[in-house]
Design a protein around this ligand. Structure first.
Ligand code: COA
Ligand code: MG
Length: 303
């Protein structure tokens, strides 16, 4: 069994697969993760031609350090299986991850897993293609624990608040907010999804924020997701990328403090102490576990 790759997902930029221009633009950005879309950003008349455009973009553009993903259409459509076949056969090792939208159950993810297994064998691919899954239907939210456990190929759960709002009957004007709800309207869903993801050692990522001309509100949504344990957020426009990549990066000061705290704790342990003062406050093994998450983020970024 291969280990899951440790990919950066501070920002996942959505790019319509029908737009050669936007895909080229995306390839020129310093980006953790891109997904070339065949689903909602592409009109039905463009869905079939977009597959070839995506393959061309994956095979010919220089994506540098960026993880390359394609979002297929959901499994109730007439497109999904050919999306996978055309894109994987066309791009082969130039594709890292398939994103499955509107998953309803673990069986949906297992279908994609099995198809990819067959194709990897047939094509002789040595690199396992990962799966990221969008949780955006109420049925999926109810099944999120089973979905998180569905296959070792699964790398990430994403909370898709646009379709999710429609599915639950939540009325918001723009995707992602603001809602006018007294409190954080996504608190429950973000918690629930992140708990399931963490329990299965996979990433949790927050979905889109449509008002791309409001960086302050977007940054605040990033912060809320990050505090709960999510590792990144979607961007739907280039203007959001740097904001998310910064919001999900720990500061140099916090990383230095975390490393220093771990050192202080190890020294205390060597003296037979389980709890000591650090910066005038109590720390123990739980404090160290909390900051190890931060150090883990820093390690992934290469800080
Ligand atoms: N990826 C790459 N490039 C993008 C981009 C994206 N997601 N969104 C915009 N750009 C480019 C534009 O092509 C434009 O390029 P130019 O300056 O060379 O002409 C530049 O960034 C500025 O774009 P702007 O004029 O501000 O917006 P727009 O009207 O061209 O596009 C949207 C606005 C919302 C239509 C566009 O951002 C978009 O399609 N986003 C993705 C939508 C999507 O994927 N939805 C599904 C997931 S929720
Ligand atoms: Mg959706």
């Amino acid at each position: 069994m291969q280990d899951r790759p440790r990919r950066l997902r501070r920002c996942q930029l959505s790019v319509p697969g029908s737009s050669e221009k936007m895909m080229r633009k995306a390839s020129e950005m310093d980006l953790d993760f891109v997904f070339l879309d065949l689903e909602d950003a592409v009109a039905p008349s463009e869905k079939r031609p977009a597959r070839a455009k995506i393959v061309q973009a994956l095979n010919t553009l220089d994506w540098g350090r960026t993880t390359r993903c394609v979002r297929i259409n959901d499994l109730t459509t007439e497109y999904a299986y050919e999306d996978i076949i055309e894109v994987v056969e066309g791009a082969r090792e130039n594709l890292d991850v398939i994103m499955l939208p509107k998953a309803m159950s673990a069986a949906d993810v297992q279908f994609v897993d099995k198809l990819l297994t067959m194709m990897e064998k047939k094509l002789g691919l040595t690199k396992r293609i990962g799966i990221d899954v969008l949780i955006e239907e109420v049925e999926a939210m109810m099944q999120v624990e089973a979905i998180a456990a569905s296959t070792p190929r699964l790398e990430c759960l994403i909370f898709g608040m646009g379709d999710y709002s429609a599915s639950q009957g939540i009325s918001i004007r723009d995707i992602g907010g603001p809602s006018g709800y007294p409190g954080d309207i996504w608190n429950y869903q973000r918690h629930k999804l992140t708990i399931a993801a963490r329990a299965h050692r996979i990433d949790a990522v927050d979905g889109p924020y449509a008002d791309f001309k409001n960086p302050d509100a977007y940054r605040e949504e990033c912060r809320r997701a990050m505090i709960l344990g999510m590792v990144g957020k979607w961007a739907i426009h280039p203007a959001q990328v740097a904001v998310a990549q910064e919001a999900f990066s720990p500061s140099e000061v916090d990383v230095a403090r975390a490393r220093d705290m771990i050192k202080a704790y190890d020294e205390a342990l060597a003296q037979g102490l389980g709890a000591v003062q650090y910066g005038g406050k109590m720390i123990d093994i739980a404090s160290v576990r909390v900051v190890r998450n931060l150090v883990d983020r820093a390690d992934r970024i290469g800080m």
